[in-house]
Design a protein around this ligand. Structure first.
Ligand code: GLV
Length: 313
């Protein structure tokens, strides 16, 4: 029977599928498994189902000489050293598609909440600061007629774009892809930063996208513009963002991801013009179950000698 490590509790119906085909070792700590425990538990395993909170680096891979598949329960796979694993003949899989629509919905939740100052207003009420309705009280900004600039135009970026007509925004995007039949306009990064009212990040985290949004990029943006990050924290230089928000070089930001999760740059915390969410983009019961299910199907396929459903390409 194959031996499988699961680094966090999965829905029981999903776990049952794994238990039917192998010996399953589930790490059930509340916090993510630490690197030493991970190396100890992965030894002798044929497969691992892991989350974005685990770093599957060369040392972890080396600790499991018989490993055949790394199934990451996330669409992003920057936590896995894919090149090293591939070099060792290990298949790496992720969970695309099943989370595209919920993450796009959540991106719009952030855009709307930020431009209509929802979390700011809620904080005000909770600290007893609301003095009542006034014509000029806590005014946000309209979206209609504005430009949504998408940095990254893969599955999630396109799903975010598809919702834009409902709110009356035109869409611009940066991408290596050719022009889009939907009418969204491809642009250079500089032009997109310079002309967009809402800039939303949908790129994977790679060497090239690390700190893509730095001081220089933020200074290119309109003073009235907002930045949304539901991609990966290190795409934004958090210290630079805190500076830009404090200096009102941009109007606001909504973040779901951070450079050193769960830590948030301390300079962001006192700012009213930033909305902070705790990495909830794909966090619905249905979606998280579907993600776990897809990861498990990938493991089952590989262990049965079949191609995985969603290998990382
Ligand atoms: C979540 O952040 C994911 O990559 O699936």
């Amino acid at each position: 029977m194959p031996s499988i490590l699961v680094t966090r509790k999965l829905p029981s119906s999903v776990l049952a599928k794994l238990c039917a085909i192998g010996d399953v070792d589930v790490y059930d700590g509340e916090a993510p498994i630490g690197p030493a425990e991970l190396k100890r538990r992965i030894a002798g395993k044929d497969a691992i189902v892991c989350l974005l909170t685990e770093s599957i680096d060369a040392a972890v891979v080396d600790a499991a000489p018989g490993l055949k598949v790394i199934a990451n329960v996330a669409v992003g796979f920057n936590n896995v050293d894919v090149e090293y694993a591939r070099g060792r003949g290990i298949i790496v899989t992720n969970t695309p598609d099943v989370l595209t629509e919920p993450v796009a919905d959540f991106t719009w939740a952030l855009i709307l909440a930020l431009t209509r100052r929802l979390s700011e207003g809620e904080r005000l009420i909770r600290r007893g600061g609301w003095k009542g309705w006034a014509l000029d009280f806590m005014l946000g900004t309209d979206l209609r007629g504005k430009q949504l600039g998408l940095i990254g135009y893969g599955r999630i970026g396109r799903a975010v774009a598809a919702r834009a007509p409902a709110f009356g925004l035109r869409v611009a995007f940066t991408s290596r892809r050719p022009a889009d039949p939907s009418g969204a306009e491809p642009m250079s990064l500089d032009r997109l930063l310079n002309s967009s009212d809402v800039v939303s990040l949908h790129v994977p985290l790679t060497r090239e996208t690390t700190h893509l949004i730095d001081r220089r990029a933020l200074a290119r943006m309109k003073r009235s513009a907002c930045l949304i990050n539901t991609a990966r924290g290190p795409v934004v230089d958090e210290a630079a963002l805190a500076w830009a928000l404090k200096e009102h070089l941009i109007a606001g930001a909504a973040l779901d991801v951070y450079e050193r999760e769960p830590a948030v740059h301390p300079d962001l915390l006192p700012l009213e013009n930033v909305l902070l969410a705790p990495h909830l983009g794909s966090a619905t019961k249905e979606t998280r179950t579907a993600m776990a299910e897809l990861a498990v199907e990938n493991v089952i396929n590989v262990l049965r000698g079949r191609p995985p459903l969603t290998p990382v390409s």
